[in-house]
Design a protein around this ligand. Sequence first.
Ligand code: VG1
Ligand code: CO
Length: 543
Amino acid sequence: MKINTIKTQAYNDQEPGTSGLRKKVPVFQQSHYLENFVQSVFAIADDITGQTMILGGDGRYYNKQAIQIILKMAAANGVAKMIVGQHGLLSTPAASALIRKHQAVGGLILSASHNPGGPNADFGIKFNISNGGPAPTSFTEPVFKFSQTISEYKIVDTDDIDLSSTGQHTMGDMVIDIIDPVDTYAELMAQLFDFNRIRSMFESGFSMRFDAMHAITGPYAIEILENQLGAESGTVMNGKPLEDFGGGHPDPNLVHAHDLVTALSGNSQHDFGAASDGDGDRNMILGKNFFVTPSDSLAVMAANAHLLPGYKNGLSGVARSMPTSAAVDRVADQLGIKCYETPTGWKFFGNLLDASKITLCGEESFGTGSDHVREKDGLWAVLFWLNLIAVKQQSVEQIVKDHWARFGRNYYCRHDYEAINSQIADELMSRLRDSLVSLKGQTFGDYSIENCDDFCYTDPVDNSISENQGIRLLFTDGSRIIYRLSGTGTEGATLRVYIEKYEADVARQNEDTQQALNALITIADTVASIKKLTGRETPDVIT
Ligand code: VG1
Ligand code: CO
């Protein structure tokens, strides 16, 4: 089979963000754009010659075309075996599990996660390393550098592969194994959780709804929840993956997963609700008329993990991203284990998991996971909660309220200002940075700033340093306000403001979140002049 070396011109914008390279589809469709990035990854990856790799995506628009291009490039670059999900589908956590199971050198995941899909919406590509986790900055930086001077790439000249049925094909010297995308993942879940107990709970009338948001988790949730665990048919809503996610925003939060929120509201006959995002790594957990913040979900999991089969020996430690609420820190304190605080992005958990310093970790952005893979894992979190409810025989609301009574409540919310002018966003952040010295010690009403900084993280395993990871205002009573710019958007800049307040008094734990945080929300605006600089009166999304 003929290997062609194609001349190309470098692009200057192929810098991966928080989670891979994300751009609008028309950007990826530019001549040689995808090819340049893939060749740059192959150039920087450990010797891929003769190795196995994993390939799949969340099914969004351009997934199929991209897979065919990547297969031909992998064959030309000497990859021995490519394991691909049927129809080109793999959830992010399933891809992570497959990399680990097959001792692959890495994997390519095609997704822009929670961003919308379609011909004019978003596409993305991410490389995961041999531990199954997102490549660290020490990998993505050289990839970006390489992409800026690339002049040629390799590709074989051959027909497309039929991805519609499982089985083996060859492409030149490379074997292509098309596998069921769900099997390996479902087996792993059955090892971690008590499927019999969850099945009995469904048999005795427990009812739930899972919103797959027309994204990747549909087939996974139908197989695991309905087929294996016996949840009634129809439990999985929006279960068919669509290239444009049905026109929706596959982001599992109260705004975008409105079908699910409606199903669990009012006089709902359901006990439990959950949703996942475009690529299956996020989760939202709902009880009847009750929303569990992701930060609380992580804390509840940490406090109760020992009750579940996969975690019966307890936790070695936990970690949370810096903007995630400190609810889990309080649990770690009581358990006598360490809690690590990392920058935003799952890639920072990889070293801690590999070194067995932590067992569970999570982010405020609807992401929780454990050492079973090296990605956050949406359905895993849902199964964790199901198993926990089956053990405790309590409602979601009761579990969370008991948790608050024991550990206190961290009122928490995030305000997103989307697609604001990038220059204004940069100015807002640099003004904040400049005011750090004078902010320290200032008092605003009941709140005094004890400390403030631009978060800098030193990885405890490899000592690598990540600077400028978000401005933190730390108040004397433990309250926090954090500002950072998103690294996953494709349009202008998105400002994220994270606000948190601790409440130990059980009598004061039932306030509305925005109400409880009202004073801090005002301070957040005063300090950063958000309204004045952006011209926005309110955030676009509140989670
Ligand atoms: C966002 C979240 C972050 C998450 C990342 C990838 O990043 O805040 O916590 O790890 O998305 O999640 P940012 O830079 O936009 O704040 V996913 O589900 O896109 O893989
Ligand atoms: Co995702």
